[in-house]
Design a binder for this molecule. Structure first.
Ligand SMILES: [Zn+2]
Ligand SMILES: [Zn+2]
Length: 327
């Protein structure tokens, strides 16, 4: 099969022709039709994530159809459409797994990081971590739901019942979260790169009540803010924008250092927290609500062989919505 492989961090992905994987016990094999390009893939390629499997096939927003079924798999049929997310395996034994927090599992494995992912014609996955994708979503538009959507959805839950919600960094995740938040009756305040007029307009089209530069203060105090941009200086910026008791959620897996800030902007019960990974319950929650909204994802399509270009465009903020590889 054709695959784009990371051999060494800080080098471009290489197009290779390798044997397609075979499903082990409990696994399904999927003929990949689309795979989203997530900012985490960029952090992986840039060497900002520790201890990846190497070489590794990146990609954890995988949509395809089941073409082989391993022993012991139940509930899947050949030809069925499925989604494979970031969370690939958890141990079920550690204190986190046992307390309903499998996203924090000590021994978790992740697609496109410590397991091979979907920048390839075929991918295998433990069937227990795969999702059924709602009907009505073409494969390419479903792909961003599997991480941008999922992590965004988890971050939105962590933001609580905020009436006024700020989103810093209006990329793949935020463009999905904005739609869900608007559907839930929340007022969305979108913060884009200063000067990004098109980005601000895109946010307004998706239901944002206000859109402006991340160097601007919103016209009103926010109840919560989610930071999707991997920019640590946005933490004090967002703390200054939230009201007493407000929550600032950092949704990325990697962020530049956070500059020191005066205690006064955290005082009055403001909270800063991060979101890590996903649970299967998050996935089920998102797949349930997405068609109700209905969430419409905006995708920028690339061929598998153009994965390096997609990553470069993501790094340079040239992607509107989400980048997706089609196979
Ligand atoms: Zn565990
Ligand atoms: Zn991701």
């Amino acid at each position: 099969m054709k695959a784009m492989v990371l051999v060494k961090p800080q080098t471009p992905l290489q197009l290779v022709d390798i044997d397609a994987p075979q499903p082990n016990t409990g696994e399904i094999r999927v003929r990949v039709s689309a795979c989203g390009v997530c900012r985490t893939d960029l952090h992986l390629v840039d060497g900002e994530l520790s201890h990846p499997k190497l070489p590794v096939i990146p990609g954890h927003e995988i949509v395809g159809t089941v073409d082989q079924i391993g022993e012991g798999v139940q509930g899947f049929t050949i030809g069925q459409r499925v989604g494979i997310p970031w969370l690939g395996w958890t141990c079920g034994q550690c204190s986190y797994c046992k307390s309903g927090r499998e996203n924090l599992c000590d021994n978790a494995k992740f697609h496109g990081y410590t397991l091979d992912g979907g920048y390839a014609e075929y991918a295998v996955a433990d069937h227990r971590y795969c999702f059924t994708i709602p009907e009505g979503y073409p494969d390419t538009q479903a792909a961003p739901l599997l991480c941008a959507g999922l992590i965004g959805y988890r971050a939105l839950r962590m933001a609580g019942e905020a009436r006024r919600l700020g989103l810093y960094g209006f990329g793949a995740s935020a463009h999905i979260v904005a739609q869900i938040a608007a559907y839930k009756g929340q007022e969305v305040y979108a913060f884009v790169k200063p000067g990004d007029v098109a980005g601000a307009e895109f946010a307004r089209q998706l239901g944002a009540a206000w859109a402006g530069g991340s160097d601007e203060m919103p016209p009103v105090k926010l109840d919560a803010a989610i930071i999707f941009a991997p920019v640590g200086s946005l933490v004090p910026t967002a703390l200054r924008a939230v009201d007493k008791g407000g929550v600032v959620v950092c949704a990325g897996i990697h962020m530049s250092d956070i500059p020191s800030f005066p205690y006064s902007i955290l005082w009055e019960e403001r909270v800063v927290r991060s979101v890590a990974n996903l649970t299967r319950a998050d996935g089920e929650g998102l797949m349930d609500i997405a068609p109700q909204v209905p969430v419409r994802t905006h995708v920028q399509i690339y061929k598998l062989e153009q994965a390096n270009q997609a990553l470069t465009d993501l790094r340079d903020s040239r992607v509107t919505g989400a980048a997706v590889l089609v196979l």
